[in-house]
Design a protein around this ligand. Structure first.
Ligand SMILES: Nc1ncnc2c1ncn2[C@@H]1O[C@H](COP(=O)(O)OP(=O)(O)OP(=O)(O)O)[C@@H](O)[C@H]1O
Ligand SMILES: [Mg+2]
Length: 180
């Protein structure tokens, strides 16, 4: 991804930057992927969710919270920017679609959220995450794109500094267009 794209909150990385993928036929499959991710995500790793409007990012977070056994209703934080769901660990669910590049992320409490993540006291999932990437050196990034049918999504994955093997196993297909 170029630096320019990093500063545009609403740009999407190309699928060719993601080495693996899985196809989810229907929202229940995306939710199941989220639940599986919740069970395999190592402590301290953030989940960055790329994808166009309606890709299923919030749907995946709903499954993630189900996987953690959280009873709270998961709704999109498009307007609130941050939703927090109780539990151990707590879940911070961010949506930065409406953030502008010169907004002060400290005002939104990003430092506290990142500290808590580093302590293993919470997990973090971010929709439209470009502006937060510099804050999150240890991360799994997903890119959701429409598939062949209306209700099919392709979920691509990559990890920094590396993709944990247990997470990679949830994405069995190799991406033939990936250059790295
Ligand atoms: N395979 C699928 N996986 C996920 N969602 C799907 C799938 N097929 C259809 N859908 C539908 O697509 C919509 C996804 O909505 P969702 O709010 O999760 O998208 P989003 O990526 O969070 O969008 P936004 O960027 O606006 O927040 C839902 O209405 C869901 O039912
Ligand atoms: Mg959403």
């Amino acid at each position: 991804m170029t630096g320019g794209q990093d500063h545009d909150p609403r740009s999407l990385p190309p699928a060719s930057c993601f080495p693996r993928l899985v196809t989810a036929a229907g929202p229940s499959r995306t939710r199941a992927l989220g639940a599986d991710l919740a069970r395999t995500l190592p402590d301290g790793m953030a989940v960055l969710l790329h994808g166009p409007l309606g890709a299923g990012k919030t749907c995946l977070v709903q499954g993630f919270c189900e996987g953690l056994g959280l009873a709270d209703e998961v709704i999109s934080p498009t307007f609130t920017l941050v939703n927090r769901y109780g539990g151990r660990p707590a879940v911070n669910h961010l949506d930065f679609y409406r953030i502008e590049p010169d907004d002060d992320l400290a005002d939104i409490g990003v430092e506290d959220i990142v500290d808590e993540l580093d302590r293993g006291a919470s997990v973090l999932l971010v929709e439209w995450p470009n502006l937060l990437r510099p804050w999150l050196p240890v991360r799994v990034e997903l890119l959701g794109l429409p598939g062949d049918q209306d209700t099919t999504r392709r979920w691509y994955v990559r990890g920094e500094p590396e993709l944990p093997a247990a997470v990679a196993a949830l994405f069995p297909e190799l991406n033939p267009s990936c250059s790295s």
